[in-house]
Design a protein around this ligand. Structure first.
Ligand SMILES: C[S@@+](CC[C@H](N)C(=O)[O-])C[C@H]1O[C@@H](n2cnc3c(N)ncnc32)[C@H](O)[C@@H]1O
Length: 250
């Protein structure tokens, strides 16, 4: 996923994703009373998930740790940006109030990253896995019919570059093995209905297909064309499960 210059459509995709989970992130931040102290956003990308929240809470210091300096250079100033590896966080033990991941654990060695999260958390500090998808649970209607194993191909594409397309369903097992107490799990995604002839719906689906075509280059464009004609004909319904998990270090 590391690239010299992050393409604008990839940044637009990340911004769109963060809009979809804004309510869940706000809920999790509120639930653990995060308005002061230090929050670390691991694999923060350009900071779309945490930076807006940092701007709202001047008492909260948000540190974004990201392995790719090019994308990190696009993060706003509210985010204290640090180039670093999730598996070797450049932070001392028991020094931060919360650690968050947002569409990031699926791209890491999650057991190592979670061990690091636990190491840097103060006792009583919170782990926020804000959003991790599960591509094995996707639903489409009408089925775009590229072929019957469209989701499996996308999953294999994600696996080829070291990602875990089933990370969402594995969150509880991963965190449970890591000595953190799970407080809550839930869904960070709602089903989407795209009505026929709706220009905004078509735009949104274009963003989604930036991601899908990246990991599914052969049939991604075909998939996009089929969804476009479904959109014209009678609308399109889709559900991609995305889960969150909140835990505390005792
Ligand atoms: C799908 S992006 C999500 C970015 C951001 N969390 C968001 O939701 O907008 C995953 C990010 O994790 C970063 N990443 C991957 N492996 C990493 C590692 N070992 N340490 C830190 N960041 C990493 C990638 O460079 C990428 O920016």
């Amino acid at each position: 996923m590391t690239q010299a210059t992050p393409p604008e459509d990839w940044l637009a995709y990340l911004a769109w994703r963060a809009e979809q989970t804004r309510r869940t992130c706000r809920y999790l931040f509120r639930r653990c009373g995060l308005s002061r102290g230090i929050l670390v956003d691991v694999g923060c990308g350009a900071g779309h998930a945490a930076a807006p929240y940092a701007a709202l809470h001047p008492g909260l210091r948000v540190i974004g740790v990201e392995i790719d300096p090019a994308i990190l250079s696009r993060a706003p100033d509210e985010l204290g940006a640090v180039v670093g590896d999730a598996c070797r966080l450049p932070l001392v033990e028991a020094s931060v109030d919360a650690v968050m991941f947002h569409f990031t654990l699926m791209w890491l060695a999650p057991d190592k990253a979670l061990r690091e999260a636990r190491r840097v958390l103060k006792p009583g500090g919170h782990l926020l896995c804000c959003a991790e998808p599960d591509y094995g649970g996707m639903i489409h209607e009408p089925d775009p019919g590229v072929d019957r194993s469209m989701s499996s191909r996308l999953m294999r594409g994600i696996e080829r570059v070291g990602g875990d397309p089933l990370c969402g369903r594995r969150l509880t097992g991963l965190v449970g093995d890591n000595g953190l107490r799970i407080l809550e799990v839930g869904s960070a995604a709602r089903p989407r209905h795209y009505p026929p002839g709706d220009a905004d719906a078509a735009d949104e689906l274009e963003r989604v297909f930036v991601f899908r075509t990246l990991f599914h280059p052969r049939s991604g464009p075909k998939w996009r064309r089929r969804v476009r004609s479904a959109l014209k004909a009678g609308g399109y319904f889709e559900y991609l499960p995305v889960f969150y998990l909140l835990a505390r270090r005792d």
